[in-house]
Design a binder for this molecule. Structure first.
Ligand code: ADP
Ligand code: MG
Ligand code: ZN
Length: 560
């Protein structure tokens, strides 16, 4: 889309490569639209499809014009779900929109059209900004409104016992001009124990059982991404085998399964993939043994079930089987090992069945209890994600955390919230984390102001500048070479943020800003950081709820 737009005015240019790319884009877009018309012919009678506006693993979203009676026209969004989606999953997404949607910033639904296995959800269209594009031009007031409206949407869905599980800017549409907001995408939603969404009741109980997330029904349309994920993990692992030992300055965290919990087993249904996750990286934490963090399962845990499950996985998941199969076939079920607290996961541990817990969502937005696979997860996970969005808004950095796996994400959380605090909180939900280095919690205001570049001059004078090449060796090679990883000390993390985040020339702009165009960023009230602190509460039991957050002093004078 973007390239087509860029090339638009230069259609006559002679660059044949550009021309080819341009045509390819156009053809690609029109064939997608045509395919959709073919798959669901009724659409042709009702809509003029204008083009694709979003594409994910499980859906494509199109802008279309509905032809109404009397010649009136109305813009709609058509969400075409991949035909391999489980009917139950589709029905649940629809039910969330129907029951909770259409009010309080939750997207509603107009119709749903089905032809054979093709389902198209028709929603009102909300034109919206790209978060990244506007992030650095928002005033503090706009940020406050944005958060208020996001939390309002969360209060509504939580009231219905819906856990969204994928709160992030691309699922919260924002029309800056109209000051309109809409929470979309219930494709991963789950129910609370008392959910009012009938079709999420199953999801809830399955989630409580812990369900494996290999999505056999859903992988057909996304072979490529699945394969690339798996091969990346393999590459990652083999690279790490030969990597030199980490310098000890680098903190490592390990998670040990709590003693309180028994390992669930027989009740796991591998067939079921209806409410599984969307990112095909379930095994990443087990197999990533190269970077900062370790997942070590308790040596006493034995599981014969793992073999059976691995055997089933071979059938259901053609791509993820390599390592699992190998490990399972070479590991006697009840061996103990002594890799606990060491920086390598032994083959015995690699073969153990993973603890299962819902992990859907996007790594950088996952709450600590999700990252540590806590089996009981509540609406609090959405509040954490809202906190991460708020952190981006206050710091001007997006994505704030960019981790490719859960344990890296956990280490990143520690760099902001503190390692001791994280370990302490994890204990409350039965997880023990080992971290090789103590990392202090950071003051949120200082962190955000620093990242925004407000006190850039003082940063320079205190020597807080970008990593120079001679410093880079303190990072493990796989980290310094991979922009997806960040160093694990707060100082370095901030440097990473400065270096790698999409700040464009934001820093320079800001230093030349006058008081008039500071847009309220020079007087961010303490309440903002207080709310941020309460959303980013490491302990889900005490984390602020949406209902309470709307009553927070930051939102005084606003109508909840
Ligand atoms: P997915 O499950 O593939 O992520 P989403 O429901 O999140 O699908 O939609 C993908 C994208 O499509 C959104 O990020 C948004 O840009 C766009 N979109 C979805 N619904 C609407 C809508 N009602 N109005 C305008 N744009 C929408
Ligand atoms: Mg989405
Ligand atoms: Zn071991």
């Amino acid at each position: 889309m973007e390239a087509a737009h860029e090339d638009g005015p230069h259609l006559h240019c002679e660059d044949p490569r550009k021309k080819y790319e341009h045509n390819k884009k156009l053809i690609g877009a029109s064939t997608d639209t045509e395919k959709l018309y073919q798959a669901v012919p009724q659409l042709g009678n009702m809509f003029k499809i204008k083009g694709k506006i979003g594409e994910g693993t499980f859906s494509s979203v199109y802008l279309a014009i509905a032809q109404l009676r009397g010649g009136r026209e109305e813009k709609v969004a058509l969400k075409h779900l991949v035909p391999t989606s489980h009917p139950f999953r589709i029905a649940a997404e629809l039910q969330c929109l129907i029951i909770a949607g259409g009010q309080d910033n939750v997207m509603g639904v107009k119709y749903c059209i089905r032809k054979n296995d093709h389902v198209v959800i028709v929603m009102p269209y909300l034109e919206h900004e790209s978060f990244l594009d506007i992030l650095n031009s928002l005033s503090f007031e706009e940020v406050r409104d944005y958060m208020f409206n996001l939390i309002k949407a969360l209060r509504r869905i939580h009231h219905f016992g819906i856990v969204h599980r994928d709160i992030k800017p691309s699922n919260f549409l924002y029309n800056r001009q109209l000051k309109e907001y809409a929470l979309v995408d219930f494709g991963l939603a789950q129910g609370t124990p008392d959910t009012k969404i009938d079709l999420l009741k199953g999801a809830q109980s399955e989630a409580q059982q812990g369900s494996f997330a290999y999505k056999p029904h859903l992988t057909l349309g996304s072979q490529v991404s699945v394969i690339s994920t798996a091969s990346r993990q393999l590459a990652h692992q083999s690279a790490s085998k030969t990597a030199p030992k980490r310098p000890c300055s680098f903190p490592q965290a390990q998670i040990k399964q709590g003693h309180k919990r028994k390992e669930g087993s027989e009740c796991h249904s591998i067939q079921r993939s209806v409410f599984g996750e969307r990112n095909f990286n379930v095994r990443s934490s087990t197999f990533q043994d190269s970077s900062t963090v370790k997942l070590i399962k308790h040596p006493r845990v034995t599981d014969i079930a793992s073999k059976k499950l691995s055997a089933k996985k071979k059938i259901t998941s053609a791509v993820n089987n390599g390592l699992a199969k190998k490990a399972a076939s070479t590991c006697p079920a009840n061996l103990t090992c002594n890799c606990y607290a060491k920086d390598r996961v032994c083959s015995i541990c690699l073969s153990r069945r993973q603890q299962v817990a819902p992990r859907a969502g996007t790594p950088g937005f996952r709450a600590p209890e999700v990252l540590t696979k806590c089996p009981t997860q509540t609406t609090a996970i959405d509040m954490w994600a809202a906190g991460i969005v708020f952190l981006s808004l206050l710091s001007g950095r997006y994505p704030f955390y960019k981790a490719s796996d859960d344990l890296t994400a956990l280490a990143q959380i520690m760099t902001i919230r503190g390692s001791k605090e994280t370990i302490q909180a994890a204990k409350t939900f039965g997880k023990s984390i080992l971290c090789s280095k103590e990392i202090p919690a950071q003051d949120l205001r200082k962190l955000c102001e620093r990242l925004r570049g407000k006190s850039i001059s003082s940063d320079v004078s205190t020597g807080d500048v970008q990593i120079n090449p001679s410093q880079e060796h303190v990072l493990p090679p796989e980290i310094s070479n991979n922009s997806e990883f960040v160093s694990q000390t707060p100082q370095k993390y901030i440097q990473y943020q400065k270096k790698n985040c999409h700040d464009g020339d934001g820093m320079n702009v800001r230093t030349s800003e006058t008081a008039a165009d500071l847009k309220g960023w020079d007087k961010v009230p303490d309440e903002a950081y207080n709310l941020l602190d309460k959303l980013l509460d490491l302990n889900p039991a005490t984390r602020m709820t949406a209902k309470d957050a709307l009553l927070h002093p930051l939102f005084k004078n606003m109508k909840p």
